[in-house]
Design a binder for this molecule. Structure first.
Ligand code: GUN
Ligand code: FE
Length: 456
């Protein structure tokens, strides 16, 4: 009799060592001396105790040579999910942080984004931002591009080629009085959105999806918002935008849309709040608006670096979680100056501590909770949690191999600490030097394989 074969006998790779991830029940689950198998489709086939090795070998039919043993200072964790990043704004990241939101958009953002009409410039910036984020452990990114359809399609191609999971949005805006040529007519915006979606879907990139992207209520007319809501609904697509980031913006929305009861109601009226919508910021959302988010399944992207850098506001994460609104973290480059999700983790913790300084009774976020926001929370916020976010069997293998004691790295390990301390040190002190390998859907995407370097 032939031995019993498992559901997927074609195991491509097995890791043995420490695994750290979040589940719905626990912000931190630590599995020491465990075995994780990745199948030929890049999916997680099993995650079991190391003691079960021979049983797993029999069931799945892999050989000892397929097993990678992690060292004492290493662990595997899920890839980081950046729920809000402007790929084009990477060209001026780290500069121009001296103005509040609306002035910042007019002075720095729109002139910079208008340069993406040139495909050579777009190619250069987009390649750099995708490589930089991948190297820093972002396995999934939700990108804003610019209003230019062809450059936005180029961003899709680059994320596909470099192997990052991504939602990519061609930005829509038919209102902008500051940089005259950086806007579309309502009809152009609608037609080019349809072209972007159709051409991207046609490419059949396995990990790259379109996201309908009205920039925000102030840069879109009511008719355009309505058309974009209809496009998303008719094609069951993701939606992303900004909401309630800064007080001047909130007041202007009230002026321009006097018929709406609130900022959230503006989007709701045009069918833009759905269970595949992610809205960035939300610092000034009322309890009623958060209830509407919960009702519609809309999620929030918390972008702490940006909220500090543009002096926009402080999101009360506890209030959002109390309303059971799905929540992830975003870098919001270039309002946020860092493209690293580790920075977003630190700034989210810092802001929570500032709320505690203001009110000592405040229930400060823990690093375990913020770790969950950066991984599983982000995948839920992007409605991709059936594919990524943690090491549940059946999900894609999106993972970081972290070595906290990598030679020449930023962390000095004085003694041999347990995995929880290793994670805490990595989150607070680590950088891309500690992320020795990055996997997306089972494919090793970091270190990069140069095109002229043959894979043996
Ligand atoms: N609101 C509208 N556009 C933008 C943008 O590009 N960045 C940020 N942070 N907020 C916005
Ligand atoms: Fe943004």
């Amino acid at each position: 009799m032939a031995s019993v074969k498992g559901p997927s006998a074609d195991i491509k790779h097995v890791f043995r060592g420490t695994f750290i991830h979040s589940t719905h029940k626990a912000p931190l689950q630590i599995l020491e001396d465990s075995l994780l198998g990745v199948d030929a489709e890049g999916k997680i086939a099993f995650l079991e105790e190391g003691l079960k090795l021979s049983h797993l070998q029999q069931t799945f039919g892999f050989t000892p040579s397929q097993i990678t043993q992690l060292s004492q200072h290493e662990f595997l964790m899920p890839g980081l999910v950046d729920t809000h990043i402007h790929a084009a704004q990477y060209c001026y990241a780290g500069t121009g942080l001296d103005l509040p939101l609306l002035e910042w958009l007019n002075t720095y953002t729109f002139p910079a984004e208008s340069r993406f009409k040139e495909l050579d410039f777009a190619n250069n910036v987009y390649t750099k931002v995708v490589k930089r984020t991948l190297r820093n452990g972002t396995t999934t990114a939700c990108y804003f591009a610019t209003i230019h359809t062809d450059a936005s399609l180029l961003l899709c191609q680059i994320t596909n080629d470099l192997g990052q999971r991504a939602l990519v949005g061609k930005v829509c805006m038919d209102r902008n009085n500051s940089v005259k040529h950086y806007k579309e007519t309502t009809q152009e915006s609608q037609e080019e959105s349809c072209r972007f979606i159709a051409e991207l879907v046609n490419k059949k990139y396995p990990l790259v999806k379109p996201v309908v992207t009205p920039r925000f209520a102030l840069s879109c007319s009511g008719p355009l918002l309505g058309q974009l809501g209809a496009i998303a609904k008719n094609n069951n697509l993701h939606i992303q935008s900004h909401i309630s980031e800064n007080p001047a913006e909130v007041n202007l929305v009230k002026e321009i849309f006097p018929e709406a009861d609130s900022y959230a109601e503006v989007y709701h009226k045009y069918n833009l709040l759905t269970d595949k919508t992610v809205m960035a910021h939300g610092c000034y959302l009322s309890e009623k608006e958060l209830a509407l988010f919960r009702e519609t399944g809309t999620s929030l992207s918390h972008c702490p670096n940006s909220n500090i850098s543009l002096c926009s506001g402080i999101l009360d994460v506890r209030k959002v979680l109390k309303h059971k609104v799905k929540l992830g973290l975003g870098t919001d480059v270039a309002g946020g100056y860092s493209a690293s999700m580790l920075d977003a983790v630190r700034k989210a913790l810092d802001l929570s501590k500032i709320l505690t300084i203001q009110d000592p009774e405040y229930n400060t976020l823990t690093f375990e909770e913020v770790f969950r926001l950066a991984t599983l929370g982000g995948s839920q916020a992007l409605a991709l949690d059936d594919q990524t976010g943690n090491f549940e069997v059946g999900k894609d293998f999106d993972a970081l191999r972290v070595n906290v004691a990598v030679p020449g790295g930023p962390i000095d390990m004085v003694e041999c600490n347990g995995p929880k301390i290793m994670l805490e040190k990595f989150l607070n002190l680590g950088d891309d030097r500690n992320i020795v390998e990055v996997f997306v859907a089972g494919r090793k995407v970091v270190p990069f394989v140069e095109p002229n370097q043959a894979v043996l």
